[in-house]
Design a protein around this ligand. Structure first.
Ligand SMILES: Cc1cc2nc3c(=O)[nH]c(=O)nc-3n(C[C@H](O)[C@H](O)[C@H](O)COP(=O)(O)OP(=O)(O)OC[C@H]3O[C@@H](n4cnc5c(N)ncnc54)[C@H](O)[C@@H]3O)c2cc1C
Length: 480
């Protein structure tokens, strides 16, 4: 049996430091340009150049914000990382689109038709072809990312195309910068782009080649699969080689079942057990599509590739009371946390509100009941249909349920929420309204969509603020 990583020692950099580092790296090209000795032209021209330089830096930084680099983003978690990745993509696309427009903006004010002729001339110029191709490919890349849920591609196809296109965009922008850029073809900036592009290439290679190869090394296999409810399976994995596997309950793994291979077939699943159960990991998996629909037929002994642990959705020691709100298969990480708390003798008060569509979809009642004898844990089950009182309350989760679970002193509580997007958004909004501090509310999304809750909006505003700082950097550059 292996010891779990100690509480509070999640890998990764503090969010503020990460944001400052990100801003600094995105602005390095402007500094290098100013130090190059090349004479600045008109402010608008310089502003357009600065936007191009920042856009390229952001493209390269995106390779590091793919959610797989725990040593960087482990502390802020996958939700924030992917949320930022998405906002940064929109921001850099906007900067890249404004980059050529900026060069004709001054002409546009005095002579719109001359500006138009200049712009179309630029777009048709063989010299600028790699830049134009890069802009078109970048637009497609971001559009396909934004429309991922709506296009009828298999997730694996989308993922493969995303990595390949991102690599192609980076290469064409590199060509554009090094051949026709104002500041990039020589000097400090030339070496900066080469080095940064090499780091991005290594990051891409790591995610798409090195990690997949390493994923087989821990020699995990399926020990058992059993039905837990409608279209829901309990899967137990076992490993014969745990050299690099310390996890905290609530974290997740990327999993691929043989005979498929990573990287395009790996899917994220929360660990629904505590570290004390290693070398076993328990998962609760709901059928959701191509990959998970076949999980129920998996034979014991099937080899699996595991990458992890990942994520920062783990129980922390603050708060006198722990409130857990689970929706459907969102119980998985919370169950792991409760088992970890039980194995560590956590004496705090735990409240679990567990909602599902029907009583049959409330899985693991026996495990939860067993935990009640080991923890100070009270549980409420809510179902949308066939609610049979007193075992099940009538769902869906409403503010009064959250209020009751929270009790009289919201500022003492720490909350963990995991479930369908709408449930999480309304639950986290209610927790905020009832006075739970934002930093005491933790949630994990099971998709990469943009949430609409107050906390999601707050995070988006933080990401936009970072982009605005970069715009300010571009303005200062153009005036210097
Ligand atoms: C951090 C995290 C933890 C998760 N934990 C669990 C869990 O404990 N139990 C559980 O049942 N589900 C969990 N999920 C959801 C699970 O990963 C998806 O349901 C699964 O990947 C669907 O794959 P599919 O091929 O069966 O369906 P598809 O039809 O391919 O996908 C259905 C939807 O799932 C999402 N999805 C598919 N593949 C991926 C992927 N590789 N990465 C991210 N999203 C994907 C997409 O939004 C897609 O539209 C978790 C997701 C995340 C992000």
């Amino acid at each position: 049996m292996r010891s779990a990583r100690r509480k509070g020692s999640a890998p990764g950099v503090h969010g503020g430091v990460l944001a400052a580092g990100f801003i600094a790296l995105a602005l390095v090209p402007l500094l290098a340009a100013r130090l190059s000795g090349v004479e600045a032209i008109a402010p608008l021209h310089e502003f357009a150049t600065a936007l191009g330089l920042i856009a390229f830096a952001l493209i390269l930084l995106q390779f590091l914000s793919s959610g797989r680099y725990e040593n960087l983003s482990g502390r802020i978690g996958l939700d924030r990382t992917m949320g930022f990745h998405r906002i940064a993509a929109y921001g850099l696309l906007l900067f890249a689109l404004l980059h050529p427009l900026g060069y004709v903006a001054s002409t546009f004010a005095s002579d719109p038709s001359a500006a138009w002729t200049r712009l179309t001339g630029m777009l048709a110029s063989p010299r600028l072809r790699s830049g134009v191709v890069a802009l078109g490919a970048l637009f497609l890349l971001v559009a396909l990312g934004a429309l991922r849920e709506r296009i009828a591609w298999r997730y694996e196809v989308w993922r493969a195309s995303h990595g390949l296109m991102a690599g192609a965009v980076a290469l064409t922008v590199l060509h554009h910068a090094l051949t026709v850029g104002t500041y990039s073809p020589e000097g400090l900036l030339y070496y900066f782009w080469i080095a940064a592009a090499a780091v991005a290439a290594v990051a891409l290679l790591n995610v798409y080649a090195v990690r997949p190869w390493r994923m087989w090394r821990s020699r995990w296999q399926v020990e058992s699969v059993a039905p837990l409810g409608p279209r829901t399976w309990g899967m137990t994995l076992i490993s014969k080689n745990l050299d690099h596997f310390d996890f905290r309950a609530g974290q997740f793994i990327w999993l691929t079942l043989a005979p498929n291979s990573p990287p395009f077939h790996d899917h994220p699943f929360s660990i629904a057990s505590a570290p004390a159960e290693l070398p076993r990991l328990r998962l609760i998996i709901r059928e959701a599509g191509d990959c998970t629909d076949g999980f129920g037929e998996t034979e014991p002994g099937t080899r699996v590739a595991v990458d992890g642990p990942h994520g920062s959705f783990v129980l922390d020691g603050t708060g006198k009371r722990v409130i857990m709100l689970a929706g459907g298969v969102g119980i998985a990480p919370l169950l792991g946390m409760l088992e970890e708390a039980a194995s560590e003798g956590d004496g705090r008060s735990f409240q679990l509100l567990y909602a599902a569509r029907s009583p049959q979809e409330i899985t693991c009642i026996a495990r939860v009941s067993a935990l009640q004898s080991q923890l100070n844990l009270s549980v409420r089950y809510l179902v949308d249909t066939d609610a049979r009182l007193p075992a099940f309350l009538q769902g869906p989760v409403r503010p009064e349920h959250v209020k009751e679970a929270l009790g009289p002193s919201p500022r003492d509580a720490i909350a963990y929420v995991c479930g369908p997007p709408l449930m999480m958004e309304s639950a986290t909004d209610t927790l905020l309204e009832l006075g739970v501090p934002a930093n005491a509310i933790h949630y994990e999304r099971f998709d990469f969509g943009a949430g609409k809750g107050r906390l999601d909006r707050h995070r988006r505003r933080q990401a936009i603020a970072i982009l605005l700082v970069l715009v300010l950097g571009a303005v200062l550059f153009s005036l210097s």
